[in-house]
Design a protein around this ligand. Structure first.
Ligand SMILES: [Zn+2]
Ligand SMILES: [Zn+2]
Length: 602
């Protein structure tokens, strides 16, 4: 197969450029490697622009980059474009691609480019942001576009693509600017990969947590309450509480102490911590008796105040505080998305204060903790280690010691991990956890961050064995990330079919007739005693209808109570997860439920 582009050092250049430069690069073939997909998808964005220009001659174009979801192009047309137009645009793209036009590059001055695109005010915006005096133009058939490249050598290579969605996007991402149309699409080197991807998208749409969350009555959002502020309904609140209780025990077992800081702290304190200067635009402020307060966007400062409440000796360390900390952060309204991106959320947050020589063992313990939780839910996960960025606080020596401690902890666990050189926070190196769900999507969840900055800013200390005052290391750590986001992920991962230990309702109790209601209530009471939630389906509806309703609620276990059951104190069980039906004595049944809800310990 021939090359579609070349890799020269870190750069990817198109075949034409490589020829002109007379340099030997590493050839990139048309396959599904990241480099190849980058060129293919970006070229598909231009093909889409060409098709749009054919169908909507007044179209003006802004930029068409490659993104995680594939590619998009931002543009403007007089006529409004909706989902229903995507098929038509796709068809035109196929028609153009079949002509296999070569994609040819030439260079002109910026002044010439301004003249060339004089009717396209969006391209004028793009030109404003280009610092160099020369720009490159790509020509494919009857279409020319301003771009840096690299692109495919010809349009015939674009065969397997789909346009996936259309949305609005502000020019340059700034809500003060005009709204443009954005069409997203995806492309692959082969047909099978495209089909697999489209199947995944269809499956993801079925599992959308916003849809399932409504159906199962887990949570809701209300316009009058405000965008980005979730309301937890009884079912969702029950599930959340189960998760909280499991995690509470798990933290206590590992020596963490529960603490709780206030929701608002004086702005002076946020100035000490640096949040006021560096994070202020994401925070909410208010005044109390003429004193400015900031609503906490993070829980660190509260935990620091707990640490300061006592003098500590080297023997007391590590000290571990945890809190289900409610935080508020300003997110742009366009970024809000169900439970995934909200303005108020609760973190499973913890801070560990330890000596430098304890970092490695602490990290090992945290990774164990993460492993226990993520493998229980059936997530595969990987870690990313981020190292010292250009702008950083703390000496090189401390950075080296702590980065090595993180690395050693990962290696001790035989964990595969990626390194993001220079991707650490300015205050310390970190490990991010990425999980893969049941349909192969990746999610960034928890994070473990070392911090030399806050202990310094707050002059935290402990007494060393020689009675010298020494500054402790602070480790910020969240495993789920936030309950909101994690429950959103769990909902899509399980498609709402939650395992027993986490399901909002463990048992659906269905009495056959009025006379069996009494026994149903008796069983419900006994289930509460062993820590299981149940719901009685006793509405004035046919038995079959009630069974269907309970099944639609995705409750893991259904029990049906009639004359025989009342008389013999037995239970007819339908296990929806194992798809089995059997009869048990009341005692056996309660024991089974108890075992199932207690089988998980983090
Ligand atoms: Zn381009
Ligand atoms: Zn923190």
């Amino acid at each position: 197969m021939s090359a579609i582009a070349y890799k020269i050092g870190e750069d990817i250049v198109d075949t034409q450029t490589a020829q002109e430069l007379h340099v030997e690069g590493e050839p990139i073939e048309l396959d599904n490697s990241p480099e190849s997909l980058e060129v293919l998808r970006h070229s598909t964005a231009h093909l889409m622009a060409q098709a749009i220009k054919h169908l909507y001659p007044d179209a003006e174009f802004y930029v068409g980059p490659v993104v995680k979801e594939g590619f998009y192009y931002d543009f403007k047309t007089k006529e409004k474009i909706g989902e229903e137009d995507l098929k038509k645009i796709e068809k035109e793209m196929i028609k153009i691609a079949k002509k296999k036009y070569p994609i040819e590059k030439y260079t002109i001055s910026k002044e010439e480019a301004k003249e060339k695109f004089k009717d396209d005010h969006l391209k004028q915006e793009v030109l404003k942001n280009i610092p160099s005096d020369e720009v490159s133009i790509y020509k494919q058939g009857d279409f020319e576009d301003l771009c840096r490249g690299p692109h495919l050598p010809n349009l015939g290579l674009i065969r397997n693509f789909k346009l996936t969605k259309v949305s609005g996007a502000y020019l340059g991402g700034d809500s003060k600017n005009e709204m443009l149309t954005r069409i997203y699409g995806i492309a692959f080197a082969d047909k099978e990969s495209l089909k697999k991807h489209m199947d995944m998208l269809a499956e993801a749409a079925k599992r959308d947590h916003r849809k399932i969350g409504q159906e199962m009555k887990l949570f809701t959002f209300r316009e009058e309450v405000g965008a980005g502020f979730p309301i937890w309904l009884p079912n969702g609140a029950r599930m959340r509480s189960r998760l909280e209780q499991l995690l509470f025990k798990a933290h206590r077992k590992r020596g963490y102490e529960p603490v709780r800081g206030p929701e608002m702290l004086r702005s002076d304190l946020w100035k000490v911590s640096g949040h006021y200067q560096n994070y202020g635009e994401n925070m909410y402020f208010t005044n109390i008796d003429d004193v400015e307060f900031g609503v906490k966007p993070m829980n660190c400062v509260g935990h620091i105040k707990v640490y300061e409440d006592e003098l500590h000796s080297y023997r007391d360390l590590p000290i571990k505080y945890f809190e289900y900390g409610v935080v508020h952060r300003h997110e742009a309204s366009g970024a809000l998305h169900g439970l995934f991106r909200v303005r108020e959320f609760t973190q499973d947050d913890a801070h560990i204060f330890c000596r430098a020589d304890q970092i490695e063992e602490q990290i090992i313990e945290i990774i164990d903790f993460i492993d226990k939780i993520m493998s229980t839910f059936g997530f595969e996960y990987k870690m990313m280690l981020s190292t010292k960025p250009e702008k950083a606080v703390g000496s090189d020596e401390v950075w080296e010691i702590s980065t090595n401690a993180l690395r050693a902890a990962l290696e001790r666990h035989n964990l595969s991990y990626d390194i993001d050189e220079g991707g650490g926070a300015f205050y310390g190196p970190k490990i991010d956890i990425k999980i893969t769900d049941a349909i192969g999507r990746e999610w960034q969840c928890g994070t473990v961050q070392l911090d030399f900055n806050l202990p310094e800013r707050f002059h935290l200390e402990y007494n060393a064995d020689d009675n010298e005052k020494v500054q402790p290391v602070m480790i910020h750590r969240a495993i789920l990330g936030s309950f909101e986001r994690f429950i959103g992920i769990l909902t899509e991962h399980y498609a709402g079919e939650f395992p027993m230990f986490i399901a909002p309702t463990q048992v659906a109790i269905i009495p056959i007739a009025e006379t069996h209601k009494e026994y149903a209530k008796e069983i419900q009471g006994k289930l509460i005693d062993i820590g299981a939630d149940s719901e009685i389906y006793a509405k004035n509806e046919s038995l079959n209808k009630r069974i269907r309703t309970a099944e639609k609620a995705r409750t893991p276990m259904l029990i049906i109570l009639g004359d025989e059951e009342v008389q013999n104190k037995t239970i007819a069980v339908r296990d929806r997860r194992s798809r089995e039906q059997y009869n048990l004595s009341e005692e056996e049944f309660l024991k089974l439920i108890q075992t199932k809800i207690n089988e998980v310990n983090f």
